[in-house]
Design a protein around this ligand. Structure first.
Ligand code: PLP
Length: 378
C-alpha cells in the first residue's frame, strides 16, 4: 500500500493509540469526578493540554479541546463575530477550508458583510489586498496558515501586524490544521487571538481538535452544558482522543525539523521525476512547504486516474477530502482553466513516506495515462 493522502488524514501513531487504549480500558474515570479515578483522569487531561500547548507555543490555560478542527473553527468564527457592538464585517480568503467558508456564508445570512480575498495564480494571498479590505467595522480576520490543496503558506505574521494597526478591535483567527507539526506555530509573533488545530492530521484519531484562545480574549461558546473546558466547550471530555492528541503533539514537536528535511527530499524527488517522466504535467500553485504537491495531468480526468491508482494500492486525492470529488474551489479561485482543475491530483506526504511510494505512484500514473490515451484513440 502506498498512501500519499496525508493531508486528508493520516494513521494513528502507535504510541497515541496505546495512550487512547489505556484511557479507554484502565484510566477511564470522568475528569469531573472527585474520586481517585476522576483525579487520575483529570491529571491526564491537564498533561495532554500541556503537550498541545507546547507545540502551539501557548500557555495550557489558552487551550480548549474540541471535537475536531471544524468545531474549533466554528467556535472561533461565530464567537468572534457575535461579540456585541463591534461591527459586522469579516475578512477571509477564497481558498479557505469549507469549515470557514460555510461558517462565513451562514454569517452573511445573519447580515454580516464578508470580504473574500482572492489568491493569485500561484495560490498566494497578498498583503496589499488585505490592507484594502480592512475597515473600522471589521470584527474578524480569519485565514488558514497552510492551504490544504496547494501547500501555500499565508503571510500570517504580516497579516496580524496589519490587522492590529488598521482594525485594532478585530480578532485574528488562524486555521492551522494543515500547519500543525509541519511549521512552528507562533501565536504571539503572529498577533493571533485564536488558532484552530486538529488531531487526525498529525497521528491522533479522528474526532479531536483544539482551539487556542489568547489569554484575555473572551468569546461565547457554541454549546451550553456542564461547564467543562472553562465553559467554552462543555460536554464530558473525550479523554482517549485527548490523551492520543497530547501524545502525538509530544512526539511530533521535537521531530519538526528532521521531518521537514525528509519530506523536503521526497518532494524534490517527486518534482524531478514528474518533470522527467511527464514533461506535459503542470504543477498547480507554488507550494511553500514540502508536505503538499498538486499536479495536473491534462487529458487525464483525475477521477479516472484515481481509480487506476487505487487498483495499484496507491492513494492520493483530487483535492480536499471534504469536497468529495466536487471541483476544487481553490484551483477555481486561482483561475486555472477547467481541464487543469479536472485533471488535478493532490499528493500529500507524511514523514513515513519513502521514494518507493513515489515510484509506485508515478508507475501507476504512467499506466493510467497510457490507458486513457488508448481509450481516447479507440
Ligand atoms: N481546515 C483545514 C485546512 C483542513 O484541511 C481540515 C481538514 O481537512 C479542516 C480544517 C477540518 O478539520 P477536521 O477534519 O478535524 O474537522
Amino acid at each position: 500500500m502506498h498512501y500519499l493522502d496525508h493531508s486528508a488524514t493520516t494513521f494513528v501513531l502507535p504510541e497515541a493509540a496505546e495512550a487512547a487504549c489505556r484511557v479507554m480500558t484502565q484510566q477511564f474515570g470522568n475528569p469531573s469526578s472527585v474520586h481517585k479515578m476522576g483525579i487520575e483522569a483529570s491529571g491526564i487531561l491537564e498533561e495532554s493540554r500541556r503537550q498541545v500547548a507546547a507545540i502551539l507555543h501557548a500557555d495550557p490555560s489558552e487551550i480548549t479541546f474540541t471535537s475536531c478542527g471544524t468545531e474549533a473553527i466554528n467556535t472561533a468564527i461565530f464567537g468572534a463575530a457575535h461579540r456585541k457592538g463591534r461591527g459586522k464585517h469579516i475578512v477571509t480568503t477564497a481558498i479557505e477550508h469549507s469549515a470557514t467558508l460555510h461558517a462565513c456564508r451562514r454569517l452573511e445570512q445573519e447580515g454580516y458583510d464578508v470580504t473574500y480575498l482572492e489568491p493569485d495564480a500561484t495560490g498566494h494571498i497578498s498583503l496589499s489586498d488585505l490592507r484594502t479590505a480592512l475597515r473600522p467595522d471589521t470584527v474578524l480576520l480569519t485565514c488558514m496558515l497552510v492551504n490544504n490543496e496547494v501547500g501555500t503558506v499565508l503571510p500570517v505574521k504580516e497579516f496580524g501586524k496589519l490587522l492590529r494597526k488598521k482594525s485594532p478591535h478585530a480578532l485574528f483567527h488562524i486555521d492551522a490544521v494543515q500547519g500543525l507539526a509541519r511549521l512552528p506555530i507562533k501565536p504571539k509573533l503572529w498577533n493571533a487571538d485564536c488558532i484552530s488545530v486538529s488531531g487526525h492530521k498529525i497521528g491522533a484519531p479522528k474526532g479531536i481538535g483544539a482551539l487556542y484562545l489568547r489569554k484575555g480574549v473572551h468569546i461565547a461558546p457554541l454549546f451550553y452544558g456542564g461547564g467543562q473546558e472553562r465553559g467554552l466547550r462543555p460536554g464530558t471530555e473525550p479523554l482517549p482522543n485527548i490523551a492520543a492528541f497530547g501524545t502525538a503533539c509530544r512526539l511530533r514537536l521535537p521531530q519538526l525539523e528532521e521531518n521537514a528535511q525528509h519530506v523536503g527530499a521526497l518532494a524534490d524527488y517527486l518534482d524531478k521525476q514528474i518533470a522527467q517522466r511527464f514533461p506535459w504535467a503542470v504543477p498547480n500553485g507554488a507550494p511553500d512547504i514540502p508536505y503538499v504537491r498538486n499536479y495536473s495531468f491534462p487529458g487525464c480526468k483525475s477521477e479516472v486516474l484515481l481509480r487506476v491508482l487505487e487498483m495499484h494500492e496507491v492513494y492520493v486525492s483530487s483535492g480536499s477530502a471534504c469536497n468529495k470529488g466536487r471541483a476544487s474551489h481553490v484551483l477555481a479561485a486561482m483561475k486555472l482553466p477547467h481541464d487543469r482543475i479536472d485533471s488535478a491530483l493532490r499528493i500529500s506526504f507524511s514523514p513515513s513516506n519513502t521514494t518507493e511510494d513515489i515510484d509506485a505512484l508515478l508507475d501507476a500514473v504512467e499506466e493510467g495515462a497510457q490507458r486513457l490515451k488508448r481509450d481516447e484513440t479507440r
